[in-house]
Write a protein that binds this ligand. Structure first.
Ligand SMILES: [Zn+2]
Length: 416
């Protein structure tokens, strides 16, 4: 056993009895309890010592991995897993039967959590907020006709919600998923109301979150959520209100990422959401830019496209780039044409020359007298030829940026 593992040691029942039964209080800070104390402290149930602290059955810290067998107050032997499962299942069963809301918030589930093929009618709400699932959580093949909330939950292992139907809103805001996340469907409508994953973090680096064949009948909100592994939306149908605002896809490089972006791009195109379609198209291009198997010239081209207008998504960037390039070339013209002493006339002439490249591209080749202002002094012919060539490059870059500006404007405002 590694040193950093704390062992939960059961406090013998006689000890609790001899101290009046309620002298030990669970030290878990429970926001749902009275004054922040554990809700279950007053219950006559097994308490555990972990280090110097005492905890109840529902709050044995996640790092106490080897809880011993415990003796419940009817003196039957249970192991912690069975006893915790027994109490939770009995509680849920009772509440469902009485048609009352279920509150199992801020509980530490030390063992696998299992709600397979479970049906819950309209009972108000089910709240798991702030709970920690230390082991796998299976909520599969179930039907919930009631609002359900997992806000701020931590899933330390896999969390499987496959083929579960949510007929009321579901909330996974600010959850942390450390293992596999599976919301796969079966090609039928699965959630019919709002589903929220705002600020949710999917932290696994090798298990792709699965939304395969899921038919989202309600809008899904992934605002500010983070995916360390690209989610798999293969065969999924999204709702027009689906939102990926500021969603952070940490992996843009892998093949799985390419498939994810392509899938979401196509789905957004189907829904007519041009803004998010262009977001996933640009992520797809970013994926190709980082793919070392693509030819260098393509990757270089994509880099230029990215820097100049963020893959056609920014129309401010081409304007800024045009200004930067204008200043850069003006300095070059100045260095080539003016002497050590810069007069106001010289400056005006250079500025005029630079502006001409922006507003009258290539005119420097057509007439040849744009440089007239500078021909009073004798200059080497080679210098003037080089200047014409540099000015032509200036014009080409400016025209290119103008084109990307038009593309970005079109993408932003073009309908249908
Ligand atoms: Zn407790």
């Amino acid at each position: 056993m590694p040193d950093d593992v704390t062992v939960a040691v059961e406090i013998p029942w006689q000890d609790i009895q001899s101290r009046g039964g309620r002298h030990f209080r669970c030290q878990f800070n429970d926001p749902a309890g009275e004054h922040g104390n554990c809700r279950f402290s007053g219950l006559d149930q097994a308490l555990f010592r972990v280090g110097d602290d005492v905890f109840c059955l529902f709050h044995i810290p996640e790092n106490a991995r080897h809880p011993p067998y415990i003796r419940a107050n009817n003196s039957n032997q249970y192991n912690v897993k069975d006893y915790q499962t027994f109490l939770i299942t009995a509680y849920i069963g009772n509440r469902v039967q009485e048609n009352k809301s279920i509150d199992i918030s801020y509980i530490i589930f030390n063992y696998e959590f299992l709600l397979d093929s479970y049906t819950v009618g309209s009972i108000g709400c089910i709240i798991f907020d702030g709970s920690i699932f230390s082991n796998n959580a299976y909520i599969r093949l179930s039907n919930f006709d009631t609002e359900i909330s997992f806000e701020n939950c931590v899933f330390l292992k896999d969390s499987i919600f496959s083929e579960t139907t949510f007929r009321d809103s579901v909330n996974f805001d600010n959850c942390k998923f450390h293992g596999l996340v599976d919301f796969s469907g079966h090609g039928d409508r699965i959630c019919t109301q709002r589903m929220s994953f705002r600020g949710t973090k999917s932290l696994s680096r090798d298990k792709e979150p699965r939304f395969v064949d899921q038919w989202f009948g309600g809008r899904v909100d992934f605002t500010d959520s983070v995916f360390h592994c690209p989610p798999d939306f293969h065969g999924a149908r999204l709702h027009p209100g689906t939102q990926f605002k500021r969603t952070d896809f940490r992996d843009v490089k892998s093949h799985a990422a390419a498939a994810c972006f392509r899938m979401l791009k196509m789905e957004m195109a189907r829904l007519g959401d041009r803004e998010q379609q262009s977001k996933f198209f640009s992520l797809e291009l970013e994926n190709r830019r980082q793919d070392s198997s693509e030819p260098w010239w393509l990757r270089f081209g994509l880099l230029v496209y990215k820097l100049s207008c963020n893959y056609g998504r920014s129309f401010a960037r081409p304007i800024v780039s045009t200004v930067i390039i204008f200043v850069f070339f003006t300095i070059i013209y100045m260095a080539m044409l003016t002497g050590t002493r810069l007069t106001a006339d010289d400056f005006a002439n250079v500025l005029n020359l630079s502006l001409t490249q922006v507003f009258q591209p290539f005119v420097i080749y057509r007439t040849g007298d744009v440089l007239e202002a500078f021909t009073s002094e004798s200059r080497p012919a080679l210098l003037l030829t080089a200047l014409r060539f540099i000015a032509a490059i200036h014009s080409v870059l400016t025209l290119g940026l103008f084109a990307t500006f038009i593309v970005a404007i079109r993408r932003r405002f073009h309908m249908g």
